[in-house]
Design a protein around this ligand. Structure first.
Ligand code: GLN
Length: 251
């Protein structure tokens, strides 16, 4: 199907259930930054049940949620979203998944009570909850190529400890915070066009360079490699403030 050059579609998985700690800000940031580059930016809300038009999505967003919400969505994710999401990713769509969403894109998430929610395995990670919750500000040195600034800042609040398998690379190294599991000093994961992270806050308003990375990654399949620069002075000031407040040097 010929794709109209100037549309840009964000697909929001479970906006009613998987949306905490300001995750909505990521949706607003993606749509606005596409709009400011003269794209006809659209939002497709993908709640529970059979989902249509997932093949039109450029960037999927899957937010966080407590164990209760994850229990309400994991079966739907397997039954109705897994196959179209895998097709969309194979066709070059990008994905940003935060915390509870990140966990359910992996092999499984096991709660502190030992209940296991199978994931959809689009990223090679597994997660098991620990006793102590990891809460607080986070500063990460990202491994994404040419990301400027190379730091990512956000806020984490999770009991899950995530371990990466051989197919998944870390999104970056933790400077401040617990990250994936409080042991290997790594945060998040990168596998093809899929990014998983524990960074809430919301993430993208204070990390506009990552928003542009996702937009570029999704429109590359249309032969577009460049995005018009935007004036990110306020966003980067907020970013730098958290890096400085963390008592770590900015990069
Ligand atoms: N319920 C998951 C955990 O505790 C995810 C929490 C979240 O999305 N913030 O680890």
């Amino acid at each position: 199907m010929a794709r109209h050059k100037k549309t840009f579609t964000v697909g929001w998985l479970y906006p009613d259930l998987m949306n905490i700690y300001g995750d909505r800000g990521n949706i607003i940031t993606l749509l606005k930054r596409a709009e400011w580059r003269d794209y006809d930016a659209r939002l497709l809300e993908l709640g529970r049940g059979a989902a249509k038009r997932m093949d039109e999505v450029d960037v999927f967003f899957f937010g966080g949620g407590q164990d209760r919400e994850q229990a309400l969505v994991y079966e739907d994710l397997i039954e109705y979203k897994k196959a179209p999401l895998q097709r969309a990713i194979a066709a070059g769509a990008a994905v940003l998944a935060v915390c509870g969403g990140y966990q359910l894109l992996g092999d499984y998430y096991q709660t502190g009570e030992g209940r296991r929610f199978p994931g959809i395995g689009v990223i090679d990670v597994r997660t098991e909850a620990g006793k102590k919750r990891f809460i607080g500000d986070v500063v990460v040195d990202s491994s994404l190529v040419d990301l400027k600034p190379a730091t990512l800042v956000g806020f984490e609040n999770h009991s899950g400890r995530t371990y990466l398998g051989p197919k998944a690379k870390p999104l970056g190294k933790v400077r401040l915070g617990f990250g994936n599991n409080g042991e290997d000093h790594m945060e998040g994961c990168l596998q093809g066009t899929v990014i998983g992270t524990y960074l809430h806050g919301s993430l993208l308003p204070k990390n506009p360079q990552l928003a542009d990375y996702l937009i570029k990654s999704a429109i590359r399949r249309r032969g577009i490699t460049e995005l018009e620069r935007l004036d990110d002075t306020p966003e980067l000031a907020a970013h730098a403030r958290i890096v400085t407040r963390a008592g770590t040097p900015s990069s």
